[in-house]
Design a protein. Structure first.
Length: 332
């Protein structure tokens, strides 16, 4: 807590929280009394008087429907102050092949790693390969607070900090008492990895699954032994229920790798990857809505550039040319 409650750390947190948001009203209001607000944040943490603000609740529909809960800017600064110091504590204990919300990782690194595994097993070693694809049902809203708090206590002993973390975890917005961490919180991203690190350790140390990786609540195991994957699926399902009070999504399945492996937004083979058909449909719908005038040019440009950037990581040269030509015609 002493390291968290310094003005230098508060300034670093403030700069991180305002990144790409500096002209928003609440950020400008905070900036108007920046020093006073940062001193208040330090004081609230030191005195254990911090009470999280009210969530702004809204939905996003892409890539799938999710409920987002966003805290006021002041609270986001405080969360950055905390995460600045506690993230390295957890980070050094995570497995290498956990890719979500971590520096130097991300969905593209996970995608590239999966292709390397498929290439090595199918092409170099000449094996027939299967992939166990696991997806957790309603993950963020199912996280059990007691289990999460106990897991955090394995790494952190500072009682004042634990008191603050308990307050943040308990402040779960529209979820029932005792469960759920809001999508949209910086701490939720970290806690989501902490919670599922137990699965990572189980897969690597108990099952000894060599080709295991996780991206948030989606994880896969690659193997040439179909019977073993079926056994591992059952054992992981039991582990999730008994240790974490989680269940598999019905989409959990075992696929033959030659038919393509759907993971982190792409369909993967050993030497190529394609964009999901759903992503292409959503992009074409976006273009049609812009052409019809049902969305603004600003909204279109922001969404279009983001989607195009994601698609360029796949083998989609001809598709990109076709789409870009279509947009040029619309733009005139």
């Amino acid at each position: 807590m002493e390291k968290i409650c310094t003005f230098d750390n508060a300034m670093i947190a403030y700069n991180k929280a305002r990144k790409c948001k500096r002209y928003r009203k609440e950020v400008l209001e905070f900036e108007g009394n920046r020093e006073e607000n940062l001193i208040r944040a330090i004081s609230d943490l030191k005195n254990l008087s911090y009470n999280p603000g009210k969530y702004k609740v809204f939905k996003v529909w892409e890539p799938k429907e999710r409920i987002i809960m966003a805290l006021p800017f002041y609270d986001r600064v405080i969360q950055h102050m905390i995460v600045n110091l506690i993230e390295p504590i957890f980070e050094e204990r995570f497995i290498y092949h956990s890719y979500a919300c971590r520096k130097g990782k991300g969905s593209h690194k996970a995608s590239d790693q999966l292709m390397r595994w498929l290439y090595n097993l199918e092409v170099v070693e000449g094996k027939s390969v299967y992939v166990l694809k696991c997806d957790i049902h309603h993950y963020f809203q199912s996280v059990d607070h007691k289990i999460l708090m106990n897991e955090i206590r394995k790494y952190i002993k500072d009682q004042d900090l634990l008191s603050i973390l308990d307050t943040i975890i308990a402040h779960n917005g529209i979820f029932p008492d005792g469960v759920g961490i809001p999508v949209g919180n910086l701490t939720s991203q970290l806690f989501a990895n902490v919670y599922l690190n137990k699965v990572d350790v189980f897969a690597k140390h108990s099952l000894r699954a060599k080709y295991y990786m996780r991206y948030m609540d989606d994880f896969i195991i690659v193997s040439d032994d179909l019977a073993q994957l079926r056994e591992w699926k059952e054992r992981i399902e039991v582990f999730l229920a008994e240790e974490l009070k989680l269940t598999f999504n019905p989409k959990t399945t075992i696929v033959y790798a030659k038919n393509g492996v759907d993971f982190v937004g792409y369909r993967h083979w050993n030497s190529t990857k394609k964009v999901r058909k759903g992503a292409i449909r959503r992009l074409r719908r976006l273009i049609k809505n812009f052409e019809d005038g049902t969305i603004s040019e600003e909204f279109f440009n922001r969404s279009y550039v983001s989607r195009l950037g994601s698609m360029r990581h796949a083998d989609t040269y001809r598709l990109m040319q076709q789409i870009e030509n279509q947009v040029k015609e619309i733009m005139g």
